[in-house]
Design a binder for this molecule. Structure first.
Ligand SMILES: Cc1ncc(COP(=O)(O)O)c(C=O)c1O
Length: 393
């Protein structure tokens, strides 16, 4: 029903089920890119001619749109970045060095693991991992014990697992963290394509956001920083457009968000991201959630009928990604055959090697849906999987 809004589906006969990797872009987002480059291509926050003013205005409009979209209280709490990876690295280098302990979950993407290793943290020093149960649910008992022993920690957890679709109860994670004087960053890479986030209602401290996984252009994302933390954030890059005054002896920086956005930004990307958010608002999360839940349930039902399928979790509190394997069949082979049958999925570790290792597997076959996917896509996937299994068995 919504595929008509996305030119990719007019131009390609591929069944696209790799939305956790990146989503397709609606025409309005693509138009905004062309319009910027064709009609008012200029740098922002510098020159004063009319196209430069327009570019600045549109860029700042996107900040306002995102602020309202996630219900932040102030524009200065929204900092544009390249995406979730940059947002997490930014917080890791600019805010967390003095925290003795960083707490993550076992379902994290490498983007929320490697930055902590780069700080010299590991399981014997400065890094704690909250495990999950056999259905990949977050272990709140273990979490509270870690917090009790390590109050004043930095908690960094994903909202929705890209590998398994499991939704962490972030409201509860945040409440518990605050009870033990800890601060929380949520990796929302997989959230905004599927569900609403209200930063004030959650009382989250930092939120890492991805544009390209939210129907926006690649190379753009954002970091939400609760106002009270801004004064403790050091820019991890500086340069053009971040300063108030410079001489050869010293520099004084602008206020947030400008002091954090060094150099020429991904202007078209930011503008396009704003358009993507406006597009989601027009569709409405109520619609998105209803459609997605229905298609996700259907996907699970149809997959469950396939012989020798192995799942790693139930679908309680899940959305987007569904991961599985077939006994004695390599996921790589399935990936190759499905590609030949024009079904786009991802096979492998999905940038989540630690949880794969815990489960004793190299990787999975991952199908990940968005609200434009329908029953027909699932039927084509199942047909292709059956054919692949016939070939491989
Ligand atoms: C849960 C999760 N975190 C972080 C990332 C990295 O996001 P980005 O591509 O915006 O840097 C991804 C991308 O797959 C992800 O799924």
């Amino acid at each position: 029903m919504f595929k008509k809004d996305f030119p990719y589906f007019k131009n390609s006969d591929i069944v696209y089920l790799d939305n956790a990797a990146t989503t397709q872009k609606p025409q309005v987002v693509i138009d905004s890119q062309v319009e910027y480059y064709e009609k008012y291509c200029a740098n922002t926050h510098r020159s004063s001619f009319s196209d430069a003013n327009k570019a600045t205005q549109k860029y700042e409009d996107s900040r306002k749109i995102l602020k309202e979209f996630i219900n932040a209280s102030l524009n200065e709490e929204i900092i544009f970045t390249k995406g979730v990876s940059e947002s997490i690295n930014f917080v890791a280098s600019s805010f967390t060095r003095d925290y003795k302990t960083v707490i993550i979950s076992s379902l994290e993407h490498h983007s929320n693991i490697v930055p902590w290793h780069m700080q010299g943290r590991n399981l014997s020093q400065g890094l704690k991992v909250v495990n999950c149960d056999s259905n990949l649910n977050f272990d709140f008992e273990e979490y509270e014990n870690i917090l009790k022993e390590n109050p004043n920690s930095f908690v960094s957890v994903t909202h929705i697992s890209n590998a398994f679709g499991k939704i962490h109860d972030i409201k509860k994670i945040i409440e518990l963290a605050h009870k033990y004087e800890s601060v929380v960053m949520v990796d929302a890479a997989q959230s905004l394509a599927h569900t609403k986030i209200d930063v004030q209602e959650l009382d989250v401290d930092f939120l890492a956001i991805s544009g390209h996984k939210t129907f926006g252009p690649t190379g753009v994302g954002a970091l939400y920083v609760k106002q009270q933390h801004l004064k403790n954030m050091k820019p991890y890059q500086t340069g053009g457009a971040t300063i108030h005054e410079v001489d050869f002896n010293s520099s004084t920086l602008l206020d947030s968000p400008y002091k954090f956005e060094a150099g020429t930004q991904n202007i078209a990307g930011v503008i396009g991201f704003g358009e993507a958010l406006k597009y989601i608002t027009r569709i409405g999360y109520k619609n998105i959630e209803t459609i997605e839940k229905d298609v996700y349930n259907y996907l699970n039902e149809e997959l469950s009928k396939l012989p020798n399928i192995v799942f790693y979790n139930d679908i309680e509190n899940c959305i987007g990604s569904r991961s599985f394997n077939f006994k004695n069949i390599s996921h790589d082979d399935i990936g190759i055959l499905l590609d030949k049958m024009k079904v786009a999925i991802r096979v492998g570790h999905h940038c989540a090697q630690p949880i794969m290792k815990k489960l004793g597997i190299r990787g999975t076959i991952r199908v990940s849906t968005a609200f434009y996917n329908d029953y027909e896509d699932i039927n084509k996937l199942i047909k292709a999987l059956k054919k692949a299994l016939d070939i491989l068995n």
